[in-house]
Design a protein around this ligand. Structure first.
Ligand code: NCD
Length: 303
């Protein structure tokens, strides 16, 4: 039985197969409409979510399966003090596969070790968010036609943003990918990541200014400041509007630079950018459903 804790759990060949399957689902959704008849997905979400949970649910429903779960720790037995390992043992009796989001780093991993069904990490604290990374990679592959030979800027909260951490982990395996990290000093990408890139001889730069760097980029991955991981509200208020991508900054960018964002957006991308054809963050949401359909089929060994 296979779980998904990190994007590194799949080899690049396995990722290619997953993306091919997702692309086929996009083209021929009807072929897949009954692949999960009789199967159940449990969504165990101990932290808020709109996209990830509904995307998983939409994916399972699109495959003909059913969904059950909770979207708030307070409405589950966690509020009574139940451990994640007891919860997953219970959920294993109710469902065939489980997507779990938890504020504590490593909680889905603990669940996986006690589970009788595949567990998917749907975001664990500030650590990893592998299915967002699958979404990001499928978006880049579909819209750019490749996962190599580009310069990607990652901008915003690079310290607490788990989507950023997972995406760097995954992209380090592709050829000629250069990273440009754009953040305030306090929200720099963690040292373990820059050390890993240095060891692998993968080029990266760190900058504070988005204006000064945007013209070099083939992809710009914007992120929100992760309010829920801050220790105090004043720091959040000071940093929350540090970057605002607007039409003026988009004029400095390459004509084919894509803007991605895992969403939710707060103020970091002005709504006036939404009409720019380079803004693909809502397309990204749609790719997220296809890739989760492909993932569910793969983990349930239905392909
Ligand atoms: C992200 C997350 O939860 O980490 N959202 C998502 O799942 N698309 C990004 C965020 O919350 O900023």
């Amino acid at each position: 039985m296979r779980h998904l804790m990190s994007p590194m759990d799949f080899t690049t060949e396995e990722l290619d197969a997953l993306f091919d399957l997702a692309a086929d689902i996009e083209k021929h959704p009807d072929t897949y409409a009954h692949k999960c008849d009789g199967k159940k997905l449990a969504t165990c979400f101990y932290e808020p979510s709109t996209r990830t949970r509904l995307s998983f649910e939409s994916a399972m429903l699109g495959l003909g399966g059913s969904v059950l779960g909770f979207s708030d720790a307070n409405s589950s037995s966690a509020a009574k003090g139940e451990s994640v390992s007891d919860t997953i043992r219970t959920v294993s009796c109710f469902a065939d596969i489980c997507a779990m989001r938890h504020p504590k780093e490593g909680a889905p991993m603990v669940a996986a070790t006690h589970s009788r069904i595949p567990v998917i990490n749907a975001g664990d604290g500030g650590h990893q968010h592998p299915t967002q990374t699958l979404t990001d990679l499928l978006t880049i592959r579909s819209l750019k036609g490749r996962l190599n030979n580009f310069t990607i800027g990652l901008c915003g909260d690079l310290k607490f943003g788990r989507t950023v951490h997972s995406l760097i982990e995954a992209l380090k395996r592709y050829d000629n990918v250069k990273f440009v990290f754009i953040s305030p000093e306090e929200l720099r990408v963690p040292d373990y990541i820059t050390e890993m890139l240095s060891e692998l001889d993968i080029p990266y730069e760190e900058h504070i200014s988005l204006e000064d760097t945007i013209d070099h980029l083939d992809l710009l991955y914007m992120t929100r400041v992760q309010r829920e991981r801050f220790f105090n509200e004043e720091d959040y208020i000071r940093l929350k509007d540090f970057y605002i991508l607007d039409k003026k900054k988009m004029k400095l960018a390459k004509p084919d630079m894509l803007v991605l964002h895992p969403l939710p957006r707060v103020n970091e991308i002005s709504v006036e950018v939404d009409e720019d054809p380079r803004a693909v963050y809502f397309k990204q949401v749609q790719y997220g459903v296809y890739v989760r359909m492909a993932l569910i089929l793969t983990l349930l060994e239905l392909v």
